[in-house]
Design a protein around this ligand. Sequence first.
Ligand code: BES
Ligand code: MN
Ligand code: ZN
Length: 498
Amino acid sequence: MDFSAKTGSAATLRTDCAVVGVYANGRLSQAAREIDAVAGNLISGLVKRGDFTGKAGATLLLHGPSGIPAKRLLLTGLGEQGKLDLKGWRKAHGAAVSALLKTAAKNAFSFLSMEDVADGEPYLLARHAAEAAEETAYRFDELKSKIDATPARLGRMTLWFPDRKSQSAAARGFTHGKAVADGQSLARRLGNLPGNICTPTFLASEARRLAAGNAGLKVSVVEEAQMKKLGMNALLSVSQGSRQPPKLIVMEWRGGPKQKAPVALVGKGITFDTGGISLKPPPAMDEMKFDMCGAASVIGTMATVVALELPINVVALVPAAENMPDGLASRPGDIVTTMSGQTVEILNTDAEGRLILCDALTYARRFEPSTVIDVATLTGACVIALGHHLSGLMSSDDPLAQEILRAGVDAEDRAWRLPIGEEYDEGLKSNFADFANVAGREGGAITAACFLARFTRDLKWAHLDIAGTAWKSGRAKGATGRPVPLLAQFLMSRAGVA
Ligand code: BES
Ligand code: MN
Ligand code: ZN
C-alpha cells in the first residue's frame, strides 16, 4: 500500500472513499460536520436514528453519498471525545482499513488525522497509520490452493495534513511505518509457515535472500561441522534428534561508524518443538511451529534496518534447530559442555530454547557487542505471568531495561519487566554438572532468564520472552510479528532517527 499526505476539504475532495470520524457521544468530527452540511444532514441523521454510535472500532460504509464527490463515505468510530490516544488512533485506522478492504475502493482519503490525538504529532500519526494499515491488510494464503477472499484493491491511502511542514513529517512517518510493517509482515510469514517448510535450512535461505537484495547486508551460516569444532554442544544436543541439520545464521549490518560496537540481536529459532524425549502433550502442539518467532522477529527487524539503511551497526544471530524425539535425541540426565566451557545437565529436553541460545550468546562475544538482546518464545510460564498482551523483559542492566521498555511504549508493542537474581538462580543447581537446564515450575520465566544470565555475566544484556505475544491462538491463530516494532524502535532511537 502507498501512503501520502495532502490537504483539502472533506466536502469537495474526489476519492474512492472519504474516511471521517464520529465520537462515541454521537458528536461529529470536523470533517464529518463539513460533509454533513453539504450532504443534507446525512451523518447527523444516521447518528440521530441510532444507526451509528461512534463506538471505538465501529465502522459504517455509505455508497454514493449525495452532495459530495467522494464515491463512498466511511464513518469510523473514535470512542469518547478527548480521549483519543495513539492506541485508539491505530485501532480506528485499522478498523477503517479493514472495512475498505472489503470494498472495491482503490484509494481512500482519511480525515481522521484532523482530530486531536494525545502525543499525536504528524510523524507518529502517519507512522502508526501505516503500521496499522499494513497489519490489517496482511494475509497468509500462500499455502491455500484456492483463495476465497476477493483480492484487496486498496492501493493508496492519503491522510489529511494541513501544511508542508506536517506533510513532510508525515512522509517520514509513512516511510518508517512501512519499513517496520514490512519487517513485521516478514516475521509473521516466517512464523506462519509450518515446520515441514520452515526448517533451519529454510530460515538460512530466507536470510540469504534478504542479503541478496541488499549489498550492505552480510549473511553467513555456521554449519554443523563448524559448530562441533567450536564446541557448541548445547545447541547440537537439541538438534541431534532431528533429520534437519542445525544452522547458526549470522546477519551483519554495518550502517554506523566502523569502530562502533554493534548491537547484537539473538533470536530463538526452534522450527518445531515437540519437547524431544520430554515429549509435549498433544493439545495445540501444532502451535510449536511458532517456536522460531524470536528468530523471525530478529530477521524481520534486520529487514527494517536494511530498508531504512539505519546508521547503526547491528548483528543478528539466529540459532536454528528442530527439537524431535528420536533414537539419537538427548535423554533427560544427559550432560553437555557448552561453548562457554560450563557443563549443563539436561533434566528436561523441552527446555531446549535456552540450550541453543546459550551457545549463540557465547558466539556473539566475537562481535564485541555494546548490547545484546535475545528474543525467544522461551517459557509457558511467561504466558501465565503476563498473558498475551505484554512481552516479558528480564535484564540485570537497569538503563538498558528502561530503554527497551520505552521503545515498547513508543512502538505500541509493550514489554513488562520481571526480576532476575540469585534467589531464583539457585533453583538451577545440579548434583552432576555445573548447573541444570531447568529449575522448579515456579517462576519459570525468571529461572529461564537466570540460565541465560550465566552466559552473559559481563555483557550489557537483556532477554525478551515473547511466548505470550508472538502469536495468537484460536480463531485468529497466527503469528503477530511482535516484537519487531519494539526492536525496530529500539534501533531507530539508538540510531537517532526516531
Ligand atoms: N517453546 C516452549 C515454550 C512455550 C510453551 C511457549 C508454550 C509458548 C507456549 C519451550 O521450549 C518450553 O517447552 N518450555 C518449557 C520449559 C520447562 C520445561 C522448564 C515450558 O515452558 O513448559
Ligand atoms: Mn520446549
Ligand atoms: Zn521451545
